[in-house]
Write a protein that binds this ligand. Structure first.
Ligand code: ZN
Length: 433
């Protein structure tokens, strides 16, 4: 499991460089403190550390030491207090390492579409919400019961591709209170900041940015183009009056395709129009428009969507471009659900902090998810172990259970145990003892 080991070593180094508010040497290194928190997200278990502390008491070692390379396990309180001042940007090198690893090892192939380009979906999402717990960084809103609700949101950027379920979260841009009065302004401003901060970093992936209707506006389209990237955003008629007025009555290029999907016969009808103004005014960006309508055998429309893009659209490319635009749904349906159902509660239960803790945990959660995907793409043993346990949920359930009782000398022996449903002899000795 060399690839995972290297990623964890990289993260160890990133955590070791976290700002340390202590004067003089403490009992625990910043690397141990950072890795402790990360291990909860990576193992998808809020009890991981407490189980490892018990193992350490009895056996003088734990999976924190063997799998994550930690020297000692700090207390939960110490972790919270030491990590609260740490801004999530300190994890950037680990996010970069994820992409570099995928590129170097051929894992990017899974994500390349439209002639070797990467699709990066931008999407606003809440990662924390509570009526009880808040911090000075929380956004707030009044609920109908009169109570104030505290929440945090972010602009997530995620590598996606049509045709499979894997996604790779990138470093998000966090949304703070002064970002705007309206949700829409907050997300747009965060998207602009994300593109300014990360657009250059992503350049070599030749990205095509995907996003919702609210991103299909001139400043964000221009910000995407600024780094040599392209955009492919949903564009609804109500929010793009000039565009739709311009196309009104025009003749569209059109192609229809019959497809069989899950026993159903579907008709995909693509229409496209080149060079229409995105908005009013002389300086309006010229965009290409694609409309897709899917109908079933009875002629009933089951899906309708429209997009604007800087990509050239032709009879040959229209279907693939539309499929890429629709791949954006993946992050809502799959990755965010997984993050919310598992990690979200984890963040809730592990504490909130007063400065950066909520953001740092959200970033660690995304990073853990990104590393899981690297393993899904590149670590054969991990893939076999996941297949052996069938669902993602069961895979992590097994990991949670066996690491609570047994110390595995390395990831290899943990994965081998999952694959064979039987631990290797040296681990058996622990059970006998
Ligand atoms: Zn907060």
């Amino acid at each position: 499991m060399l690839i995972l080991d290297r990623l964890l070593t990289g993260l160890h180094d990133a955590c070791a460089a976290f700002p340390d508010k202590r004067k003089g040497a403490g009992d625990y290194s910043m690397a141990d403190i950072g890795l402790s928190a990360f291990s909860l997200f990576f193992m998808q278990s809020e009890s991981f550390l407490s189980y490892q502390r018990s193992l350490e008491e009895g056996r003088k070692t734990s999976n924190c030491h063997t799998l994550f390379g930690m020297a000692k396990i700090p207390t939960d309180n110490h972790i919270r207090s030491m990590l609260d001042p740490v801004h999530p940007s300190h994890l950037q090198s680990s996010f970069d390492q994820v992409i570099a690893t995928l590129r170097a090892r051929g894992g990017m192939k899974e994500f390349e579409r439209l002639g070797g380009r990467a699709l990066i979906a931008l999407d606003g999402t809440e990662y924390f919400c509570s009526q009880k717990l808040g911090c000075p960084q929380c956004q707030t809103r009044k609920r109908s019961n009169g109570k104030t609700e505290f929440y945090h949101s972010m602009l997530a950027a995620t590598l996606v591709a049509p045709g499979h379920n894997m996604v790779v979260p990138l470093m998000p841009e966090f949304i703070a209170k002064p970002d705007g009065a309206e949700k829409q302004d907050c997300e747009r401003n965060a998207a602009k900041r994300w593109l300014a901060a990360h657009g250059g970093r992503m350049k070599e992936l030749r990205p095509v940015y995907l996003g919702d209707d609210l991103f299909a506006c001139q400043p964000i389209c221009e910000a995407a183009l600024a780094n040599g990237a392209d955009f492919l955003f949903t564009a609804k008629p109500d929010s793009h009056k000039t565009l739709y007025d311009f196309m009104n009555g025009a003749t569209f290029d059109e192609v229809s395709q019959l497809r069989k999907e899950g026993g159903k016969k579907l008709t995909y009808r693509y229409r496209w129009f080149s060079e229409a103004p995105l908005r009013d005014g002389k300086d309006a960006l010229s965009v290409n428009w694609i409309g897709l309508a899917i109908s079933d055998a009875k002629g009933k429309t089951t899906y309708e969507g429209a997009f604007v893009t800087s990509l050239e659209v032709s009879r040959e490319t229209v279907a693939e471009i539309a499929a890429c635009a629709r791949a954006r749904w993946k992050i809502e349906n799959e990755s965010f659900n997984i993050l919310k159902n598992n990690g979200y509660h984890l963040e809730h239960n592990f504490g909130h902090g007063k400065q950066n803790l909520a953001m740092l945990f959200a970033a660690m959660n995304l990073l853990a998810f990104a590393m899981h995907t690297v393993c899904d793409c590149l670590e054969d043993l991990w893939v076999k172990a996941r297949e052996a346990k069938r669902s993602r949920k069961r895979f992590f359930e097994h990991i949670r259970t066996i690491t609570a009782y047994l110390v595995f000398p390395d990831w290899w022996s943990l994965m081998t145990t999952l694959i064979n449903s039987k631990p290797p002899p040296e681990i058996e000795k622990q059970i006998a003892g």
